[in-house]
Design a protein around this ligand. Structure first.
Ligand SMILES: Cc1ncc(C[n+]2csc(CCOP(=O)(O)OP(=O)(O)O)c2C)c(N)n1
Length: 557
């Protein structure tokens, strides 16, 4: 029995549990028709390929399952641009594009360039499907690569500018491997000797700290992390990607460390006599360009990727393995009595945290109008529901939310790994895969402008995510940099480089058919959030904030 590529692809995506795909038509048209006939997969068509990639990314990070995005040949580079954040954040996004036909290649055929090389720097695997018989093995490999090891994006280019290869038929078996429908597909066991050595160092340390990253999140190891920290009396800082691995209210949680960070976290990590990195590549963002901690501090590391171990900090001990397995094993093996050794250290940590609270209290409680972003973060900490998925854009949004938002147990946190404009569409993708969880996205107005058109997508599909806009009519994170560029205070003319017109996004949202609420007084925010969450509609809360509010720069010690 022969089947078409379209039938096989539709069946395989359904077999891997894909519920939504995000795209700009026209690509794999026959596959979409087969999806309608054979599956319940929703085909979310967006206003831009980059937004489609971000939606797939938000979907993937919220569910720990591959997110699928697609574009025809002329949109392929837009899609590639949207994979950058997924690549940086280790998110399993699978991108399908239409591609060159051997019959017309190199003849100036309409809209075509060679797109494949552009996917190279933003994918773990970048491949072409040239014969319909290859659909099954290539799709299986795409899911295998996207989810294995440190997850990441994959690109498959299907022959034909719209991937018309899907119309051809062959004898094929649409077999799937459910193991690779989610992260992690494997739980690699550590070398017991290496782990024992690492435990030895941890137990001896008087002032250790754990820095937990996205690998702990991907492994679903938050609970084990907290238990180990409690068992040994070790404070925990996280990367931005690992922010939801420990609730902020936990006595041992010191906050996000690095550049977009909480001062108490940087102080604790800088003061530690031993740093144990778990599931983090200890990259520039998490270490404030390798100043927190300083290179040379005694360091330990647990990671799923061998080449990550020791890349940025020389190690006393490095362990290759799945975070959850390693932490569970450690919980059995550690000597809890050694926790006493760290009583003075934990007292110092508590004082550092208290100092941070005192220092930021007035901004967090500020009633000022225009509103302080710190106050929005405090309101979100208090009122975002326990089971919510919280997203943050990059730049100032990442600084405010990374440093000031208090995670609660049960919440998930996802943030842009650097690409401005990611959060709003990513929040829509997250809501698609988790329709029963509240989704609250925090973005600046510059971040929102990128993909504002996707509000119409949200309304069309009733994707009831809530988006909170820190609207200061500018990208005011740039203010400090331009002050510097102008040798002190910038000219009024220089402000043209980073300011915009003040637009009431609530009105724009209302016009498009979403719920739009404008907030101009801090005390009105919680009511707006409640209304937005209860509306069960796409909602946008436009908060008029202070253009002079600049996030604190990270401290190095
Ligand atoms: C794709 C991309 N281009 C440019 C930047 C640089 N950038 C970082 S933050 C920022 C401005 C952010 O403005 P907004 O989202 O309004 O937040 P605000 O700084 O006003 O709080 C810019 C342009 C980036 N991070 N990503």
């Amino acid at each position: 029995m022969k089947s078409s590529g379209a039938q096989v692809l539709a069946d395989m995506l359904a077999g891997y549990g894909v519920s939504h795909v995000f795209m700009v038509p026209a690509v794999l048209r026959r596959t979409f028709a087969e999806m309608e006939r054979r599956t319940s997969i929703r085909r979310i068509h967006c206003h831009g390929e980059k937004a489609a990639a971000y939606m797939a990314d938000g979907y993937a990070r919220a569910a720990g399952r591959p997110g699928i995005c697609m574009a025809q040949v002329v949109g392929a580079l837009n899609l590639a641009a949207g994979l950058r954040d997924a690549y940086l954040a280790h998110s399993p996004v699978i991108a399908f594009t239409g591609g060159r036909d051997p019959k017309t290649k190199f003849r100036k055929v309409y809209q075509e360039v060679d797109d494949v090389p552009a996917f190279e720097p933003v994918t773990k695997w970048n491949a072409t499907v040239d014969a319909v018989e290859r659909f099954p093995d290539m799709v299986r490999q795409a899911f295998r690569v996207a989810t294995s090891g440190a997850p990441g994006p994959v690109h498959l280019q299907f022959r034909g500018n719209e991937g018309q290869l899907d119309q051809e038929e062959a004898e094929m078996d649409a077999q799937v491997e459910p193991q690779f429908s989610r992260v992690p597909p494997f739980r690699a066991f550590p070398d017991p000797q290496a782990l024992a050595q690492l435990i030895g160092f941890l137990q001896k340390a008087e002032k250790p700290v754990i820095v937990a990253g996205g690998g702990v999140r991907a492994s679903g190891a938050g609970a084990e992390l907290v238990q180990l920290a409690e068992a040994l009396g070790i404070p925990v800082a996280t990367s931005l990607n690992g922010k939801d691995c420990i609730p902020a209210a936990h006595a041992l949680a010191v906050g996000v460390v690095g550049s977009y960070s909480r001062e108490s976290a940087n102080r604790v990590v800088a003061a530690a006599d031993l740093v144990c990195f778990i599931g983090t590549s200890a990259g520039g963002m998490t270490t404030h360009v390798w100043t927190v901690p300083k290179i040379g501090v005694p360091a330990l590391q647990i990671d799923i990727e061998p080449e990550t171990l020791g890349r940025n900090y020389p190690l006393k001990a490095g362990v290759l393995g799945d975070a959850k397995v390693c932490l569970s094993y450690m919980l059995e093996a550690v000597d809890r009595a050694t926790a006493q050794r760290r009583a003075a250290w934990l007292e110092q940590v508590r004082r550092t945290k208290d100092e941070w609270k005192q220092k930021y209290k007035s901004q967090l409680e500020s009633d000022a109008a225009p509103i302080r972003p710190e106050r929005i973060c405090a309101e979100l900490s208090r009122h975002v529901p326990e089971d919510a998925i919280v997203l943050s854009d990059t730049g100032h949004a990442g600084m405010w939310m990374g440093g000031l938002y208090d995670m609660r147990a049960g919440q998930s946190f996802m943030r842009s790994a650097g690409h401005l404009g990611w959060a709003f569409p990513a929040g829509l993708g997250a809501k698609c895969v988790a329709p029963d969880r509240p989704v609250v996205t925090f973005t600046g107005d510059a971040g929102l402008w990128y993909h504002l058109g996707e509000l119409e997508t949200a309304v069309r599909w009733n994707i009831a995510a809530v988006t909170v806009v820190n609207n200061n009519a500018s990208g005011n994170q740039s203010k400090r940099g331009f002050d510097r560029a102008y040798g002190g205070e910038q000219t009024a003319k220089a402000r043209e480089l980073w300011t915009y017109r003040m637009v009431d996004f609530a009105r724009v949202a209302t016009d498009i058919g979403a719920l739009g609420i404008r907030v101009e007084r801090a005390n009105d925010f919680s009511r707006a959030l409640k209304e937005a969450l209860q509306s069960k509609r796409p909602a946008l809360i436009d908060v008029a904030t202070d253009i002079e509010a600049i996030a604190p720069i990270a401290v190095s010690g």
